[in-house]
Design a protein around this ligand. Sequence first.
Ligand code: PHE
Length: 360
Amino acid sequence: MTDLDTLRSTYLARVADASDANALEDVRLAALGKKGEISLKMRELGQMSPEQRQTTGAALNRLRDEIDAALRGKKVALEDAALDARLRGEWLDVTLPGRPRPAGTIHPVSQVTEEVTAIFADMGFAVAEGPQVESDWFNFDALNIPPEHPARQEHDTFFMARAEGDLRPPHVLRTHTSPVQIRAMQDQGAPIRVIAPGRVYRMDMDQTHTPMFHQVEGLAIGQDISMANLKWTLEEFCRAFFEVDEVELRFRASHFPFTEPSAEVDIRCSWEGGTLKIGQGDSWLEILGSGMVHPKVLAAAGVDPAKWQGFAFGMGIDRIAMLKYGIPDLRAFFESDLRWLRHYGFAAGDVPSVAGGLSR
Ligand code: PHE
């Protein structure tokens, strides 16, 4: 029996001394493992007389249970200690002052795109997308601009290189977001209400033109959508976007191959004292082209023009960003000048919403 007492005190001490999970596992193997001391003792029971086996067996069982319990208890204690140590290491003083705002800013084009998306989402428009490298058919033909149409020249198109021997018309960098009208109607059919913001490309460069710029297309097709709905939608948009109670829009009769009738829309503004004000004054600034979607365009997109009709518009995102935030030169938008970006950029995480406010 003293034998067992020695085993007992030895192993309980070793359990108590184990400093981590590995050391504890070594102790367990040494005592209770297949070749552990206590396991070997249990194997000796077979050679004992029945009386001896009964007393020694019971004592060994007790010893095994006791050491097993000690091992388990120690395991939990070690885990608790490890967790405490980790929590102490990860301690955070939430009363420290905040870090200065990160140096990066949201570009006005991104900000305005978010603002526009939020306003139209509120009016039930979903966002649609299309590729920037577009086929000649989507960019022109489907929009009722056949190969010999003079409007093709007006678009100052960038053409992609063609593989040698390829006789198909070359792909183009899309010259407007209107091809997304076709793609969206092909995908979703009618009725449909979408906007499509994105990059467009034209060979043009001056204070108000860059070879790459941004448009947002709007498209609403239903059974009785009219020019009146277009006017209301655009006025509502301008009021929300420019954050003024009164805006005045001027619809000028115009011509686009993909709309009939067509109108260009100007907004009333003033440049007095060198600063631009929206909603008052004697000047007008063109902000978009629009009209009722041409029946041929509906047909090209697989929508029956005898059943469906609606409006479309295309607005310059950079243009309305310049207007809203008083940015005089478009070229600076894309020069990545840090001073310009810090001055005109927006705080990150300041997500525009119609309810929460659009701009700072
Ligand atoms: N796609 C035209 C442009 O880029 C704008 C427009 C879109 C006009 C939709 C009418 C309808 O000039």
